[in-house]
Design a protein around this ligand. Sequence first.
Ligand code: ATP
Ligand code: MG
Length: 560
Amino acid sequence: MTDSEPRDFIRQIIQDDIASGKHDGAVVTRFPPEPNGYLHIGHAKSICLNFGVANENNGKTYLRFDDTNPCKESEEYAHAIERDVHWLGFDWGDRLTHASDYFDKLYAAAEQLIEMGKAYVDSLSAEEIREHRGTLTSPGKNSPYRDRSVDENMDLFRRMKKGEFKDGEHVLRAKIDMSSANINMRDPALYRIRHVHHQRSSREWCIYPMYDFAHGLSDAFEGITHSLCTLEFEDHRPLYDWFIDQLEPPHRPRQIEFSRLNLAYTVTSKRKLNQLVTEGYVAGWDDPRMPTIAGLRRRGFPAAAIRDFCSRVGITKKNNMIEMAVLENSVRENLDVAAERRMAVLKPLKVVLTNYPEDREEFMEAQNHPNRPELGVRQLLFTRELYIERDDFMEDAPRKFFRLKPGGEVRLRYGYIIRCDDVIKDDAGEVIELRCSFDEETRSGTGSSDRKVKGTIHWVSARNAVAAEVRLYDRLFTELDPGAQDEYLSLLNPGSLEIVAAVLEAGLGDAKDKPFQFERLGYFCPDDKDSTETRPVFNRVVTLRDSWAKLEKQAMLQKH
Ligand code: ATP
Ligand code: MG
């Protein structure tokens, strides 16, 4: 990309600002999460944007916790957020801040507004304030307390701070315009009383600034040049500008809004994700079905794939819904190059090679990656008893079925051609074992016969196979936009998790952290949390092909 073609309108604005010497060419951004839940894929978009534009322009990015609502926030969430931002590949250096770092400055700013006659203590109840606010179509009404004198306001506000009043008895409000067309400008609350413990400032405060008051001013205190946020804050911008106009801090941030990321078949509201966790619909914030960064990481999605996805989705002002397939394709592209290949059988069927001696063993050389010889080879044990995939055998097979069928032949990958001679069933008529014979001359690579068969299937030796639990995931919800419905919990996909007892090639028992491709099956990642020494657990990251793309496309077309 050349300097003259920025990727999106925000990068264009920043480039123009640098060119015109605004902010002396500096670019300072921030990512401002509220520590009231784990980060999700939508946050990843904002993180990639804020850290991305700063990195591209020699700028700086703050990680600022918006900890103005102690009732819902916790240090656990704050730590999870730090971990997730780091894991995504971004670093805030020594710029980790909190809105609570500015509580003294914010308090001083509030007193300054009172002094100027631009803020007043209101003693209406929350209910009455709501009634006075008016609606989108009708103006609000002034509070009877709106014309208190500066002295009275100052006295009351200081006593609020000292703890002389109960929660809700008074609030401090900006004095702007109760008939403004923008409801945010109808004397918004600046401070409320909350006698609660704050995760960082403990009990030092019993009044807390409102998000809108703290947010824009924190940007100004930190010298943020470009305050990038989602579209719902567009209507709050005039309020942030009003605070800055009154208080004239040294820095004036410019707020620019962009559209949220919405991902199909999931929800990305922290309230809803919280409900899924606390009510036990999923196994935690890091359940691999969750759209949280922690869940995607545990599932085996590489950070680079998430960054690639965010860059493909791009930055616009238009709200839209992104197909899950777009994210999964980024993951597939990344893992196709990065992941080593292994053999695993998810639904095992035993095969006995009747003409292969019991005590014979040999090793078959297997490539770890088809196009990356530098990743080397490994030796697969071959023995008389093997497992193959149940689906690779069919008793009444159609003519075009080129895998194993009675009397039919198939090649075992890296091994021999085998023929199915006998089918063993249990009393219920279920196939439990195949008796096959192998052709000594057809050993892969070195055999003397050049006989060919149409199908090749994967296998593992029964002698050293590792028994494992494999978790197969599907969409968490059955509908495109579950969050749009009140009854969204009833749209949970009952088939979002299938657990199978699989067998894996030896060596996978000690695998940690990184995903593998199980040949012919998909990408799978060891679950470091639930794996035990004796029983590894693997999560399916994605299948090899996108089985959902068509369905999603249809659903999208119907919707629009
Ligand atoms: P939620 O609505 O899920 O509770 P939030 O917006 O309240 O999320 P914050 O912690 O306040 O969560 O978000 C931190 C930053 O991430 C904000 O700047 C917000 O605009 C941005 N953000 C949140 N959700 C998305 C999303 N889906 N797409 C892009 N950016 C997002
Ligand atoms: Mg928010």
